[in-house]
Design a protein around this ligand. Structure first.
Ligand code: TRP
Length: 324
């Protein structure tokens, strides 16, 4: 990839599950590890504030996200990995670019519009939510990001960031802020344990960092029909598709299709396969979470690198504006 800087942010909410792992976490880590570009991944904890008001929850979730990325192999020598709240330049730039962000642009933002349509007014929309796209633009622009990998639901936010940067540059007739481009990850949605897309709202997930017993319990509940162990099974059946997704032994899967194995046994094997796959990552994660100093250290290193880049942007911006 010919881009120079890749950046993405992750909100510290929710328990990461297999769907997040395959859909977002591993692609982000792989992109960072593979490409020659500079890579930035950060935890968007200020963005979380418009919903989260519980400090313990936010602190825990922030550590959980950090430990998840580190456990799955994020290399902090290749990726600048930091907490949004550690970079004051982001908030300085937010205030500045407010003046280049038309209210009409915010009115069109999907999240805001959805609430307006639901409630018929915006009286209960807090300004964190209303200006969410401006803070997100500051995240992106302060690092001079070229490319921002996100899910489709975030596309509009990157377009807004581009509009704001473009407006700033045009007013001042100078290329001060890099125009970012979204990179939409068209991930196939990951199959959940009930056959629908894996999603927390369907309660059909395999959480990454739960116990092996809980993982097994969830897998034992996969719905099946009333075929006998000796009946031939169809490749379309949910249990078979899940076995395939987790690379259960191919001979075993064939035997299952041929009518040599019952559903209960197959579920046990699937649970063991999933637990075996996750075991080393869970160990690493638990190790990080039991002594958070390694996480703190990693994030402090990231913050230092990120601030070096951000303060350069801010200096250029302030100079352009006559603030310094
Ligand atoms: N809004 C993004 C989400 O909800 C998270 C985010 C915040 C982000 N700042 C960002 C993503 C900057 C990419 C770039 O998923």
């Amino acid at each position: 990839m010919e881009y120079k800087k890749i950046l993405t942010g992750v909100k510290p909410t929710g328990d990461p599950h297999i769907g997040n792992l395959y859909g977002a976490i591993l692609p982000a880590i792989n992109m960072a590890n593979k490409s020659d570009a500079e890579s930035y991944i950060f935890i968007a904890n200020i963005h979380a504030l418009n919903g989260v008001k519980d400090p313990e929850f936010l602190r825990d979730k922030t550590y959980e996200v950090a430990a998840t990325f580190l456990a799955f192999g994020l290399d902090i020598n290749k990726t600048v990995f930091y907490r949004q709240s550690d970079i004051p330049e982001v908030f300085e730039l937010t205030s500045i670019i407010m003046n280049y962000s038309p209210k009409g642009l915010m009115n069109r933002a999907h999240a805001y519009k959805a609430i307006l349509e639901r409630d018929g007014n915006d009286d209960n929309v807090n300004m964190g939510l209303y200006t969410y796209p401006i803070l997100m633009a500051a995240d992106i622009l302060v690092m001079q990001s070229d490319i921002v990998p996100v899910g489709l639901d975030q596309k509009q936010h990157i377009e807004i960031a581009r509009d704001i940067a473009n407006s700033f540059n045009s007013v001042h007739k100078a290329q001060v802020l890099t125009l970012p481009t979204e990179f939409i990850e068209h991930q196939d949605s990951i199959l959940g344990l009930d056959g629908r897309k894996m999603s927390k709202s369907y309660n059909n997930t395999i959480p990454l960092f739960t116990t092996e017993e809980d993982t097994k319990k969830r897998i034992m509940k996969i719905p099946t029909d009333s075929l006998l162990p000796t009946d031939k099974k169809n490749e379309d059946c949910l249990l078979y598709r899940l076995m395939k997704m987790f690379n259960v032994d191919t001979d075993y899967m064939q035997h299952f299709l041929d009518g040599g194995i019952g559903y209960g046994d197959a579920k046990k094997v699937l649970a063991e396969t999933v637990n075996t796959y996750l075991r080393p990552y869970r160990e690493k994660y638990n190790e990080l979470m039991s002594d958070k100093s390694k996480i703190d250290e990693a994030l402090a290193i990231g913050a230092k690198k990120a601030r070096a880049v951000a303060s350069k942007t801010l200096y250029d911006v302030k100079k352009t504006l006559g603030l310094v």
